[in-house]
Design a protein around this ligand. Structure first.
Ligand SMILES: Nc1ncnc2c1ncn2[C@@H]1O[C@H](COP(=O)(O)OP(=O)(O)O)[C@@H](O)[C@H]1O
Ligand SMILES: [Mg+2]
Length: 227
């Protein structure tokens, strides 16, 4: 999915009611199927940006288009529907439901869509196999390592065949080797499914394996060139 953002502005209010202008006339574009890294200092608005393009957060001003469709003025319900169908999220802390097995966690987004349970289970098992966890389908998150939990979260993010995957420091909580494995899976799935992958990372070597790198600074994204 192609992403186009123009003149994006987003503010929050702090505890004392002071306005924090986080995103300041930000422009951004990602080609369909591309891989994009977003780097930048902590607190500069990287997560805020990801949440706004994922329609999790409203925007104050500006325009957001995904595949040419203007999402700027969607109602909350329309945004939720769009998100569930088209966007997969992966967070630093996987946010799996602790009382459910790996398989159930992967099935939940599709159950929300109201599809046939047998078909859903088969899809979920296929995805767990793709992330190398077929043997662990019946295990709950506490029975899995951090890297395994993150792989379940990736499978869950992909189960509705999203056109874009938004990942917020998906390897930030993992050791280097496990982080590399998770990264490899994300890149393989990007190639196989032609999903657009936007990933926030603090890790420069992970950022450099993505096709494009942008740095968040002063409320804007700046395209970095590889030279
Ligand atoms: N819901 C919120 N309410 C108020 N301030 C927020 C909220 N979310 C984020 N912020 C503030 O916005 C700034 C940018 O946050 P964030 O997007 O999480 O930065 P990053 O991901 O680059 O570390 C920070 O100063 C943060 O404290
Ligand atoms: Mg963040």
């Amino acid at each position: 999915m192609q992403i186009q953002v123009s003149n994006l502005n987003k503010s929050y209010f702090d505890g004392e009611g002071r306005k924090l202008h986080i995103l300041r006339g930000l422009n951004f574009e990602a080609k369909s199927g591309s891989t994009v890294a977003i780097v930048g200092a902590s607190g500069t608005g990287k997560s805020t940006f990801l949440h706004t393009i994922g329609t999790l957060e409203s925007i104050d001003e500006g325009q957001l288009c995904l595949d040419g469709r203007d999402l700027t003025n969607l109602t909350r319900d329309q945004a939720a529907q769009f998100r569930n169908e088209k966007i997969g999220f992966i967070f630093q802390f996987h946010q799996l439901l602790q009382d459910f097995t790996a398989l159930e966690n992967v099935m939940i987004p599709q159950l929300i869509q109201g599809e046939n349970a047998e078909v859903i289970q088969k899809n979920a098992l296929d995805l767990l196999e793709k992330v190398g966890l077929s043997e662990r389908a019946g295990h709950k998150p506490t029975q899995l390592s951090g890297g395994e939990q993150q792989r379940v979260a990736i499978a869950r993010a992909l189960v509705n065949r999203p056109r874009v995957v938004l990942a917020d420091e998906p390897t930030g909580n993992l050791d280097e080797e496990t982080g590399d494995q998770v990264m490899e899976i994300l890149l393989r799935l990007n190639l196989e499914n032609e999903t657009t992958l936007i990933m926030i990372t603090h890790n420069n070597s992970l950022a450099s394996v993505m096709q494009y790198q942008h740095r968040m600074e002063n409320g804007k994204l700046h395209l970095l060139t590889n030279d």
